[in-house]
Design a protein around this ligand. Structure first.
Ligand SMILES: Nc1nc2c(ncn2[C@@H]2O[C@H](COP(=O)(O)OP(=O)(O)OP(=O)(O)O)[C@@H](O)[C@H]2O)c(=O)[nH]1
Length: 324
């Protein structure tokens, strides 16, 4: 049970959702939002890259969603984040003072290449610490790509190190042996880790919300004194167009031209041959297209994320996929 807002010393619980690129953070967030029932949560999403795709995938009421996509909330846009957060808290205060329904929780999804530690320090070093309560840091881990990708990324390791609960996602893609070996690896790295296996972010809400697990013994670091990981060497290449792709050309691009260094891609795609809006996701070697109806005028928005990408060449290749 969540405590009743308005009680003395009630502080809004904040759940920080972290995890590597494509591990399933937004999928988890969608699961949480869908099962909140009569509770209400505000959502902050920090995207890596300039185009905000996540807010188009998320199930939320628009006014409860804050998308922060032009930099990392732990450094480049820390002030914007704080301002947006303060605005949400002030609005919530106004609503509850007027006897209206307020928020029960705040969810904050970090970008896949972010170390959550500087963000934790931001909470610690500002008035957010007394106005809210960091309930838990949930770290989503992709059980399938764990060994290959995680130990090459400082950010991914920091996410596991600081996680209060490690949500081992995509269990449908691995066998029992792989699952056990990932659990063993995580426990070797973090002996006290609480690990919960899941598929498509489906966990009982009671096991991840209002769990009061955040207990990080913070050092005396200040946010500005902590080194930011410089996106861990990853870059995000954006592509936008008001013209549709040719499905055939885009498929050929995926099959034969997509650089192997692209680890993650996501976008909202428009194909000449289709009346639908297509949600495109690529994570590791897997990709999927989901059909939906257009609510806005059709256009293409895509972000490709990886290391050592040739931005100009990639954009040129995508441009070549446009229908004549
Ligand atoms: N097979 C399988 N796919 C999953 C599962 N969970 C998520 N996915 C897929 O993995 C892809 C990435 O999921 P997201 O939830 O967008 O991942 P994310 O961590 O938010 O990604 P970034 O914000 O880009 O770092 C999507 O195509 C999801 O549908 C799962 O349990 N099993």
């Amino acid at each position: 049970m969540l405590p009743v807002p308005g009680l003395f010393e009630y502080r809004l619980p904040v759940t920080l959702i972290t995890g590597f690129l494509g591990s399933g953070k937004t999928t988890l967030l969608n699961h949480l939002m869908r099962h909140l029932r009569d509770r209400r949560a505000a959502v902050f999403v920090n995207e890596f890259g300039a185009i905000d795709i996540d807010s188009q995938i998320l199930v939320t009421v628009d006014e409860d969603l804050v998308a922060l996509s032009n930099g990392c909330i732990c450094c480049q846009i820390r002030d914007d984040f704080l301002m947006a957060f303060r605005r949400v808290l002030a609005y919530n205060q106004m609503q509850t003072s007027a006897g209206k329904r307020g928020l029960d929780a705040i969810f904050l999804e970090t970008s896949g290449v972010a170390d959550p530690y500087p963000l934790m320090l931001t909470f610690r070093a500002t008035e957010l610490w007394s106005l809210t309560r960091l309930d838990a840091i949930l770290t989503v881990v992709d059980a399938e790509t764990f060994t290959a990708e995680y130990f090459q990324s400082q950010a991914a390791l920091a996410q596991i190190q600081h996680g209060d609960i490690i949500l081992l996602n995509k269990t449908d893609l691995v066998d029992d042996e792989q699952l056990r070996s990932v659990e063993t690896e995580i426990q070797r790295f973090k002996p006290q880790a609480r690990i919960l296996p899941m598929t498509y972010g489906q966990v009982p809400l009671s096991s991840v919300l209002d769990v009061d697990l955040y207990s990080e013994d913070m050092s005396t670091d200040s946010p500005s004194g902590v080194q930011h990981l410089q996106n861990d060497g990853f870059v995000a290449v954006p592509f936008e167009s008001d013209r549709p792709f040719s499905l055939r050309k885009f498929q050929k691009f995926l099959d034969y031209q997509l650089p192997s260094e692209v680890f993650r891609a996501k976008g909202v795609l428009w194909f000449d041959e289709s009346p639908h809006r297509h949600l495109f996701q690529l994570s590791g070697k897997r990709s999927q297209l989901q059909d939906e109806a257009w609510q806005d005028p059709p256009r293409n928005q895509l972000v490709c994320i990886g290391r050592n990408l040739d931005e100009e060449e990639l954009q040129h290749q995508l441009h070549q996929c446009l229908a004549p």
